[in-house]
Design a protein. Structure first.
Length: 750
């Protein structure tokens, strides 16, 4: 997102955009006359972020200057400039349309059309802000009465819905307000509070949660959900293994090891607050009848509030004995009043306590350990299918994964999973489906599917042995075959520009990247796009190893405590295999944690002149903190994840977005904006192009339908960030290898 100053009155923005586009098209200016000089200036200009000068240089490519080397580049540059102009025209058009639609929405809300239309109004307001590339500050609202009215009406409705116990409705409105005011985070506390209530309803009264979601869908004019399915949804099963010592040890360890110092007192205060939130979520009386006894509930809440006040007034550190006494006191109090089971109280006390620390510290409860390990290790134990909901909310197979039990057994894309071990999947959430299909290695699971084929729908039953399934985190430009390793690694074959997308950092990311690099090197790699957009991060050691592919030695990150005192350093000793290859690194708001470490470290080394690299896109997420995970010494398998340090990049920048900060993350060298519609279309094309339907023999199934083509991202001007990267890398290739490119250009014309 752009800085707040960029988010001003929409009409002024449209005028500025029009001037900017005209400057790209009509300003003549002298440029370098040789390919090498021109390329060097283009690269340095892009790294400085000077978009106007960059446009001038791109327009200055002449086919009579190193003609063979630059002929292809001239066409690519003109195509990119045309797409930038089209983006600005589309932006101006969409701003006008969205303002008209927003005014219409607000008029309907004034006529008491309900919060559904108000939610739509907030979505339009958010789109308008995104079209400007920024987030709202208080001053920006004063400049636009339409946005001011939208926010005022939405805030009133959100507060009214919460007061009436319409948690889902209130949460939706507060969430959209939170996104609008992302910079100052003014509604974060509201979102946290409502999220806790909804997570409790989802856990303890899942059928009620289904009822709430279904009612909202019908209100919004969508098809009702399938009937609620309770399979795997009992809270008693999900709370199995939770005991007193699990929660007490979590508070003791997290309270002493958290980056911000001793935190146990605050954890007890918010832990009691979590239990109070539980007691005031009256819908939970469906499963905890004691909450329906108003006198008992009020006595319980009053005692919790008194205890919170007492602990909050402590002016010393809390001892381990006091932690145990507080937790014991809550359990005893509940037995005398609302009679909520110990496991449920401990669950909410623990979640509330961890909530006082930061967004990333958490207890990994026994039923969550398997999911946590799957996300961090990049593998899970299951049958090997990608699934999603179809338009009827059924569990549909996107494709079996190559070499997995599902693929060998004969699963096909578009099979609908109707039963697992004889239990119907009607109404399943995706989490329910994952939980019942996955399981311990070498155990059997029976899955029934419906398949459409000539003559009608047939039912097939498969009994499979669950096995470890590896998830690939390194992807290329275009899938070539059934194997996840069969990729065309080149986004531009003419100029030998490679493309690698890292979806996360798992245990095999660095190794898989090395194989991809070896493959590209063998075919004459002249430049590389490293796409880290929407990469949420992962394992630090893998991020360090990835940096080592570009930088043979040096610091990747240092770690420090809340006072800025250095606590550690991560250095790399790598191959530096790509040290001599120009690299364009793509980041956006979805690039977080390990992807920010990689992009930020490479950017710093490039600024020092040790690497030929540029970062392109939008500012990254700002998650630069260290979480350590420890197994808890309890009867059931559980873990504790706590933020213990902050990361600082080699050049001294702090990545993490701490409260009150206006600068965070990795700022690209060259900021390239994409419209919301472009982002959505690019994500869809990329997702669909990555999936090839397979049969039981591991062969790609030819469906007769056109496969999504990633080339459309460039040829149709959808992914301007990627296109900018390719144009800049083509310029590098043109200056480095004019003779080879001339041969390719001539050959292509024969």
């Amino acid at each position: 997102m752009l800085k707040p100053a960029a988010a001003r009155f929409l009409g002024s923005f449209v005028a500025a955009a029009a001037v900017s586009s005209a400057a790209w098209a009509f300003q003549p200016e002298a440029v370098a006359t040789t390919a090498a000089d021109w390329s060097a200036e283009l690269w340095s200009t892009a790294r400085s972020g000077d978009a106007d000068r960059l446009g001038t240089l791109l327009r200055g490519i002449h086919s009579d200057t190193d003609a063979g080397a630059l002929l292809s580049l001239k066409g690519a540059a003109e195509h990119y400039q045309a797409n930038v102009q089209q983006r600005e025209a589309d932006r101006a058009l969409r701003i006008g349309e969205a303002r008209t639609e927003l005014a219409s929405c607000l008029e309907q809300v004034r006529q008491d059309a309900g919060t559904t239309r108000l939610g739509e109004a907030l979505v339009l307001a958010l789109e308008l802000v995104e079209l400007q590339g920024g987030s709202l500050q208080a001053g920006d609202l004063m400049a636009d009465p339409l946005l001011t009215e939208t926010v005022t009406m939405a805030l009133d409705a959100a507060r009214s819905a919460e007061a009436a116990g319409r948690w889902l409705e209130s949460s939706e409105l507060f969430y959209r307000l939170h996104v609008l005011f992302d910079i100052d985070q003014r509604y974060k506390a509201d979102i946290d509070r409502l999220s806790r209530r909804l997570s409790m309803i989802r856990l303890y009264v899942p059928e009620l949660y289904w009822e709430m979601r279904n009612a909202r869908r019908i209100e919004e004019g969508e098809e009702p959900l399938p009937p609620y399915n309770p399979t795997g949804d009992r809270f008693e099963d999900k709370l199995a293994g939770i005991d007193f010592w699990l929660v007490v040890k979590s508070i003791e360890v997290a309270g002493s090891r958290h980056v911000d110092g001793d935190a146990a007192r605050g954890m007890l205060v918010t832990g009691l607050g979590g239990v109070e939130t539980m007691a005031t979520t009256t819908q939970l009386a469906r499963v905890f009848p004691g909450l329906g006894d108003e006198m008992a509930r009020q006595a319980f809440v009053a005692a919790l509030q008194a205890e919170r006040q007492k602990i909050a007034e402590f002016e010393r550190e809390i001892t381990a004995r006091e932690i145990r006494a507080v937790v014991t006191g809550v359990l005893d109090l509940a037995k005398r009043t609302v009679k909520i089971p110990d496991e449920a109280l401990l669950h909410e006390f623990g979640n509330g306590a961890m909530g006082s620390l930061d967004d990333y510290s958490t207890i990994i409860w026994p039923d969550e350990v398997r999911r946590f390990e799957r996300n961090t290790r990049g593998e899970f134990v299951g049958i090997g299918v990608q699934i999603q909901h179809d338009e009827l909310q059924r569990i549909k197979v996107v494709t079996p994964l190559e070499g997995t039990p599902a693929q060998r057994a004969g699963f096909r894309a578009d099979d609908v999973i109707t039963e697992v071990n004889g239990l119907s999947t009607t109404g399943f959430t995706l989490d329910q489906a994952v939980d019942v299909i996955t399981g311990p290695a070498n155990t059997r699971v029976t899955v029934t599917v419906e398949r459409e084929q000539e003559g009608g729908v047939v039912e097939k039953e498969f009994t499979l042995l669950r096995s470890p399934i590896k998830l690939r985190s390194v992807k290329g430009w275009k899938r070539l075959g059934a194997s996840e390793e069969e990729w065309d690694w080149f986004v531009d074959r003419e100029s030998d520009i490679g493309y690698v997308r890292l979806t996360q950092f798992t245990e095999s990311t660095a190794e898989d990247l090395r194989r991809a690099v070896d493959s590209m090197r063998g075919e004459g790699l002249s430049g590389l796009v490293l796409d880290l957009r929407f990469n949420p991060g992962g394992l630090l050691d893998q991020a360090v190893e990835v940096v080592g592919e570009f930088v043979p030695s040096g610091v990747v990150v240092t770690t420090e405590n809340a006072d800025g005192v250095r606590t550690g350093v991560e250095k790399v000793k790598g191959s530096g295999e790509l040290a001599d290859v120009p690299v364009a690194i793509l980041v956006n708001e979805g690039s977080a944690s390990a992807s920010e470490i990689v992009s930020g470290a490479l950017q710093d080394y490039a600024h020092e002149g040790k690497l030929d690299a540029i970062v392109i896109g939008k500012r990254s997420f700002g998650k630069g903190s260290v979480q350590n995970a420890w197994p808890l010494p309890t009867a059931a398998e559980s873990m504790l994840k706590v933020t213990t340090q902050y990361y600082r990049l080699p050049g001294g920048r702090l990545i993490h977005r701490r409260p009150g900060m206006t600068e965070w993350g990795v700022e690209p060298d060259l900021s390239v904006d994409m419209l919301p519609s472009q982002n959505e279309e690019a994500i869809t094309i990329r997702r669909d192009a990555d999936v090839l339907p397979l049969d039981e023999n591991g062969q790609v199934v030819v469906t007769g339908e056109a496969q999504a083509n990633p080339d459309d991202l460039l040829t149709k001007g959808i992914d301007l960030q990627l296109e900018a990267a390719v144009v800049l890398l083509k310029s590098r290739a043109a200056s480095a290898r004019p003779a080879q490119i001339a041969e390719k250009t001539v050959g292509a014309g024969i």
